[in-house]
Design a protein. Structure first.
Ligand code: ACO
Length: 387
């Protein structure tokens, strides 16, 4: 029995267009990502994160005066409610993972939202992530520096010292690159929540929950682990073949939309190359290139028709590692960038004001009748009763 509308079920909503948006465009066949009309390669290496946030919200880049005012407005919203900090301390005492702490404490931002909750969320995400990271290591959070831009201040709050220009540029590139990406799972979750006329904090908390999963934003840590496990280029084929033989997925490869190389991988690979040439371990960069090449060769053998290519997460791992961020911070840092897109989508969805309510196809039993419990057949022997 279907939904009665003549439309048929598509697993994973693959190929279904669920929204119209001016925020970003993804062409999976051509390998093109545009952010409000700008190719990601054009924008991410040049723009500051503030410019990207402004662009996604206003559909235009700010002029110098607008940018200065926007930068000040964003920096002025970094303060966390006292209860948020208390909860971060309690979470650190329990040692819960970073993404769970981000999800729980993002919820508490409802305690103090301004007339622009979207901006509050963007401004405070890095403050939460950096504070929790330090608390987990038994260190006090570093207060934010209002004189530093969004990306520089995030690194400053994590490290406790002002970052160099190369590091800031690399992080700006990363945050801009991942700021939005069409109707990905977490953005869809946020839009579904806002479409019920719920609030932005609820929507972003839902999005954080969706981003956490290893098939979405949770892949870069495991992707880097594989590079470390391989250790030397000569081991790549043996280790990767064994993983595929065991039915494991190679993290950092494959994508629901892209059938060619993810354009974000190129932007981040170029940024990683620059960073590793100046500040980081060049051998690791070379090893990662070898691992990528071997993985692509083996994936082509493994799933010949599928064209599994490098996705954004592989070079995310390398770039963020080069910035000195431990793997536990990879997905939270993704959230620090993606919250720009989530909130822009919330604004767009709110303006559209149309409930998102798809259908389901019923595939369960038919024509059942209720009978008193004592007349129901007992479970077959050996069959467990539900708890
Ligand atoms: N390694 C090995 N095999 C793979 C991989 C991979 N990385 N990706 C896909 N495959 C296989 C699948 O097992 C599947 O085989 P099957 O038909 O025998 O089951 C086949 O290729 C087709 O893949 P799909 O499952 O249809 O791909 P889907 O579009 O559902 O999944 C996904 C996309 C989740 C990204 C997948 O490629 C994957 O799991 N990759 C590894 C995790 C990862 O890197 N995630 C980050 C994605 S980027 C982001 O979200 C920001």
């Amino acid at each position: 029995m279907g939904g009665g509308s003549g439309v048929s079920f598509v697993a994973g909503l693959e190929g279904v267009v669920a929204a119209r948006t001016r925020i970003s465009g993804v062409d999976g066949e051509a390998g093109v990502l545009t952010l409000a009309g700008f190719p990601v390669e054009e924008l991410a290496g040049r723009a500051t994160f503030e410019e990207v946030v402004y662009l996604l919200r206003h559909d235009a880049l700010p002029d110098a005066g607008e940018l200065a005012a926007f930068r000040t407005a964003l920096a002025g919203r970094r303060g966390l409610p006292a209860a948020t900090v208390d909860l971060l301390r309690a979470a650190a005492d329990s040692g819960i993972p970073e993404m769970d702490a981000l999800r729980m404490t993002a919820d508490t931002l409802s305690l103090d939202v301004s007339e622009d909750p979207a901006l509050d969320l963007v401004a405070r995400f890095p403050v939460i992530v950096a504070a929790y990271h330090r608390l987990l290591r038994g260190e006090e959070p570093v207060p934010s520096d209002p004189g530093l831009g969004h990306a520089a201040n995030y690194l400053y709050m994590l490290r406790g010292e002002a970052p160099g220009e190369g590091s800031v540029r690399a992080l700006e590139t990363y945050l801009g690159t991942v700021s939005d990406h069409g109707m990905n799972a977490s953005t869809f979750a946020a839009r579904v929540i806002v479409a019920t006329r719920s609030d932005f904090v609820s929507a972003v908390v839902g999005a954080v929950g969706a981003l956490k999963g290893p098939l979405h934003g949770g892949a870069p840590g495991p992707a880097l682990d594989v590079v470390f496990e391989i250790g030397a280029a000569g081991n790549a084929e043996t280790v990767l073949r064994e993983k595929l033989r065991r039915g494991e997925r190679l993290m950092g490869f494959g994508h629901r939309i892209y059938r060619v190389r993810d354009p974000r991988a190129d932007v981040l690979a170029a940024a990683a190359e620059r960073l590793y040439a100046s500040d980081a371990d060049g051998d690791l960069y070379e090893l990662a290139l070898e691992v990528e090449e071997t993985a692509l060769r083996l994936l082509a053998e493994h799933r010949p028709g599928r064209n599994l290519q490098t996705n954004v997460e592989f070079y995310t791992a390398l770039l963020l590692h080069g910035l000195g961020l431990p793997a536990e911070l990879f997905t939270p840092t993704f959230a620090v960038g993606r919250v720009a897109g989530w909130t822009a989508h919330c604004i767009e969805q709110q303006a559209e004001d149309r409930l998102i309510r798809p259908q389901s196809e019923y595939v369960g039993a038919e024509d059942r009748r209720w009978v008193p419990p004592e007349e129901r057949p007992s479970p077959r022997s050996g069959e467990a009763l539900p708890g």
